[in-house]
Structure formats: C-alpha cells, structure tokens
Design a protein around this ligand. Structure first.
Ligand SMILES: Cc1ncc(COP(=O)(O)O)c(C=O)c1O
Length: 320
C-alpha cells in the first residue's frame, strides 16, 4: 500500500497509558490519540481525507462535495481540506439550519464552504441532494469530487489500514501487547480499515466497533462489505472479515446523549484531562468502561481506546 500524496495528518498520533483511568477500572487502558491528528481540529477523518484528497487531486477535481449531519465532523474536515487545496467546497448538511452557528457548523462557515441544509433525518435524502449538486457542477463544466457520508469509501478506509500498522508499532515501542481495540463506528470506514490491517498482519486480537447509530446487524453488514472492498484496493483478498460490533450503547438514537456516555465523559475529563464528544467518543468510552466494570474483557494484554476526535461538537451547545 502506498502512502497518500497529501499528508496533512500529523503522524504518528500519541499512544499512551491512561494511568488514572486504569487505576480506577483495574484494567490496563491505553489511548490512541486520533483526536490529535492536528489539521482543522483533527479527528479520525483526517487519515481518510489524506487518501481521498490525493485521489481528488489525481482526478483534477475543482470542487469537493461532502455530506453529513449539521454537526458533522467529516464535513468540517472536508471544508478544511478544500481550503488548503484551493478547491471549492459544497456541504450537504442534514437537519434544520440553526439560527446560531456553533461547533463544527461555525468552522464550516469559517473555512468558506457553501452550505446546503436538507431538513430530513434520512441519509438517502442527503445523498440525493449531494448527487443533484454534483450534477449541477458537472453541467457547469466543473470537476466535482463527491464523497459519501463519513468519507467511507475503500480509498478513505485505507487511512485506517495504515493506522492499524501504526498502532502495532506504538505497541512495540511501548512494550505492550494489545488484546482489544475499541472505537466508535457509524459509517464504517474506520473499522473497515482497521479490520483489513488486522487481517493483513495476521493479528489475533479484537477490533470492536461501538455502533453509535445502527443496530449491530446493519453495522456489521456495512463494515463487512467495505472491508472486502478496501482489501481489494490494499491488494489482499478477505473472504470473511472479522467484524465485531457492539450496539448496546446507542441509547435513544444517533446524537442523543446517554447517561453512560455522560459518565464516561466526566471520567475522561476528570481523571485524564481528555475531552470526549457525546455523539461518538463518549458512547464508545461508555462501552469500554462498562465492559471493564462487568469484567467482560480479556486480560491477556492491554485495552486500547481509539479516540476518534469530535472535539468541536463539545461547543455545539448541548448541556451536560
Ligand atoms: C468523532 C467521530 N468518531 C467516530 C466516527 C465514526 O467513524 P466512521 O464513520 O468511520 O465509522 C465519526 C464519524 O463521523 C466521528 O466523527
């Protein structure tokens, strides 16, 4: 697998033990800090966007078209990448336009993206609008590069194939063996990439995606399909990707905060000085903490919480 032409992500991201949380839980917990990927406030989307923008550049793109919820981290990052690459950016944002722009939305505007709000909760309505914008641009003689929700294409997922390799290297340097990697999963690209990395290296630990949006069966299917497609791009064949999904931490739905998520946020903030967002990382951390407390983790190595970012969401006006 070759490195992307565009490398705005600051790598490697830090990997360190969460000392006070480990003591509190009685389990050795390490954190992979993909909240600190740097560019445009960071998060998991930068690793994907390095690959996606490299492809856009190779195709001579003039415009980026990206889709997500109003507080989408991916759209915020796509807008930042477009600015830095001199491309126009069109964001299709699912939800009502708020009277005040906060969090990621405020940053979208600062990065100069053109915003299109679609008052629907349905992902297919958002994608339909994005397809319309793509067609309008094509009719005007532009060369749009359209990315699906979360940038979860095989090209985007390559970022997490490489991240898996980085994690194994982190573990070697820290002289620990990882038994399980736990992270938030929604459009599936992060998990698909990690799973491909895992198979490529013959690693026999677990990668567990904490679904923040979909029932396990749906999430499982999405990740499996994407992992197979990503493997082809990475040059290997995978028939049965080892996809593990835990959907017990979603609560009342995507972006609806949960009590367990709020508690996880407080623990990370007060024991480690680390900020979690309540849409993704708080629910993933709640899963990890809940399983540690239930004694439901293998003890043969350390547990890694992959912090996937989302920090601007903290400033989106939700209350504790
Ligand atoms: C902060 C954060 N964590 C995790 C995820 C989930 O990643 P993926 O969409 O690759 O499943 C997202 C997706 O938007 C995210 O913004």
């Amino acid at each position: 697998m070759t490195a992307p032409d565009i490398t705005r992500t600051l790598l490697p991201t830090p990997f360190h033990r969460l000392d006070r949380l480990s003591e509190y839980l009685g389990v050795d917990v390490y954190c992979k800090r993909d909240d600190l990927t740097g560019f445009g406030f960071g998060g998991n989307k930068t690793r994907k966007l390095d690959y996606l923008l490299s492809e856009a550049q190779r195709r001579g793109a003039t415009d980026l078209v990206a889709t997500g919820a109003v507080q989408s981290n991916f759209c915020r990052m796509a807008a930042a990448y477009a600015s830095a690459s001199g491309l126009d950016c069109h964001l299709v944002l699912g939800g009502k336009e708020p009277s005040t722009y906060t969090g990621n939305l405020l940053l979208d505007a600062l990065f100069g993206a053109e915003l299109h709000f679609v008052e629907s909760e349905r992902w297919d309505d958002w994608e339909r609008k994005a397809a319309e914008i793509e067609n309008e641009l094509l009719n005007r003689g532009r060369r749009p590069y359209r990315m699906p929700i979360g940038g979860s294409t095989p090209t985007g997922a390559l970022g997490y194939v490489a991240a898996f390799e980085e994690l194994l290297n982190d573990a070697r340097i820290a002289n620990v063996e990882i038994s399980e990697i736990i992270h938030a999963s929604s459009s599936g690209g992060t998990q698909a990439g990690l799973v491909v990395g895992q198979v490529q290296r013959g690693w026999n630990g677990k990668v567990t995606g904490i679904s923040v949006a979909w029932p396990a069966g749906v999430m499982h299917g999405v990740v499996k399909k994407l992992a197979r497609e990503t493997a082809v791009v990475a040059g290997i064949q995978i028939d049965e990707p080892p996809v593990l999904v835990d959907d017990r931490w979603i609560g009342d739905g995507y972006a609806v905060p949960t009590v367990a998520g709020g508690e996880a946020r407080s623990l990370f903030a007060r024991l480690e000085g680390i900020i979690l967002d309540d849409v993704y990382t708080a629910k993933a951390a709640a899963a990890m903490i809940g399983r540690c407390q239930a004694g439901d983790l293998e003890r043969k190595g350390v547990v890694v919480f992959l912090h996937t970012g989302g920090s601007p969401g903290v400033f989106a006006g939700r209350s504790e």
